[in-house]
Design a protein around this ligand. Structure first.
Ligand SMILES: *Cc1c(COP(=O)(O)O)cnc(C)c1O
Length: 392
């Protein structure tokens, strides 16, 4: 029996040497590596400012600050995401307004975003139906939209941008799963006011822990740079703090690792595409299984995870258990955010409120996926899956 990891970083001697080189200097934080890492992100995205941080969550949190989102403010976002995209709103006591998603991509539905913005901007009675059962005021201002590029596929950003313009909303694009993806030829993360990437070891590139914000808003970037560094504004000494800030700094070893990884981005995305293609070839037409779909607006997919959908009548957890016995780990992807226990407690959400997100949440199963997977490993997973499905 083989044992295949669910995900794996893709590291070479170049990464190891870059990290070792930092360790030969006394500069382990706030040195030249983070600056170079940020410059590389500015070059890649064409954005004026890139700000390295110590996680994607930290990056999103700083964007929430930059967008002026405060206690009680409303922000339209998706329940079908990793929890961080909603948690950063809760950190500031803002209220996530969930709208349901598109079946094809799992991304937020731009028509629902428009409808919600329309009603919420009017406030009062019309706003009521978009609010959570409790914990929000119908007279609260709508401040922003926070779409997520789910599984490496950009959200349908044109409609979202149009809504944002109509109602003067900020857009925070959570591209933590979509580094290098393209929407109608434009790079994910550059399509809103602020974009955020993340570099946990299961992402397309890794720094161990880390993230990066990109924006063309230089003023906001200045504020986020200060907040990242304990609230120190330019000119502040080590013990002067103009703002209430955080320690969200990315260290030099991580930045050095990330710089090498970023240089390899194209290679890594091509390898991930190849693995996704192998999966598609082996799983196409398998009964009881839907393979991922790429929308026509996605001109480049940046495969983050490979999530298949089990037919509704199948028992997903039994399938996962049977695969586990064959050394094939899997993971349900995602458990919708509104049904996480702390969200139910805080806002009173109930099953059935976001049926598409819940349906995909019940049927999605992430298979082992990384750029270092071999064709033979993919075949082993697919053979196991086909066999398990035949027996169920
Ligand atoms: C990975 C990820 C993040 C950030 O995660 P960190 O572990 O904080 O780097 C944020 N949003 C989404 C959708 C993610 O997948």
């Amino acid at each position: 029996m083989q044992s295949i990891p669910l995900s794996s970083p893709d590291l070479t001697d170049a990464e190891r040497q870059a990290v070792s080189a930092v360790l030969l200097t006394p500069y382990l934080s706030m040195g030249s590596e983070i600056k170079a890492f940020e410059n590389a992100f500015e070059a890649l995205t064409g954005c004026q400012c890139a700000i390295g941080v110590n996680s994607g969550t930290a990056g999103l949190h700083l964007c929430v600050h930059a967008a002026g989102i405060q206690e009680g403010d409303l922000v339209i976002t998706t329940p079908f995401s990793f929890v961080a995209s909603t948690n950063v709103l809760l950190f500031e006591r803002a209220v996530p307004i969930f709208v349901d998603i598109e079946t094809l991509t799992g991304n937020i539905d731009p028509h629902l975003v428009e409808a919600a913005a329309h009603d919420l901007a009017a406030r009062g009675h019309a706003a009521r139906r978009w609010l959570p059962p409790r914990g929000a005021s119908e007279t609260a201002p709508l401040k922003a939209i926070l779409p997520v590029d789910v599984f490496g596929q950009p959200a349908d950003m044109d409609g979202i941008q149009q809504t944002a313009q109509s109602y003067r909303l900020k857009v925070i694009e959570d591209s933590c799963e979509a580094l290098g993806a393209e929407y109608k030829g434009r790079l994910a993360g550059t399509l809103g006011d602020y974009g955020v990437f993340a570099f946990y070891p299961n992402k397309q590139i890794t720094t161990g822990e880390g993230g990066c914000i990109v924006t063309n808003d230089a003023q906001a970037a200045g504020r986020m740079t200060a907040l990242r560094n304990q609230g120190r504004a330019p000119g502040d000494t080590w013990l002067q703090h103009t703002y209430l800030g955080y320690n969200y700094r990315l260290d030099e070893m991580s930045a050095a690792l990330g710089r090498v990884q970023l240089k390899r981005l194209d290679e890594l995305l091509i390898k991930r595409q190849q693995v996704a293609d192998w999966y598609a070839n082996h799983l196409q037409g398998v009964e009881g299984l839907e393979i991922p779909t790429v929308a026509s607006t996605t001109t480049r997919m940046s495969w983050f995870v490979y999530v298949v959908r089990c037919a509704p009548e199948l028992d997903r957890s039994a399938i996962a258990a049977a695969l586990g016995k064959r050394g094939i780990p899997t993971r349900p992807y995602f458990l919708p955010i509104h049904l996480q226990p702390y969200m139910v407690e805080k806002f009173g959400y109930r099953p059935g409120m976001f049926p598409i997100a819940e349906d995909l949440g019940q049927r999605g199963l992430a298979l082992p996926f990384s750029s270092v997977m071999t064709q033979q490993q993919v075949e082993y997973v697919c053979e196991g899956l086909r066999e398990v499905l035949r027996n169920s």
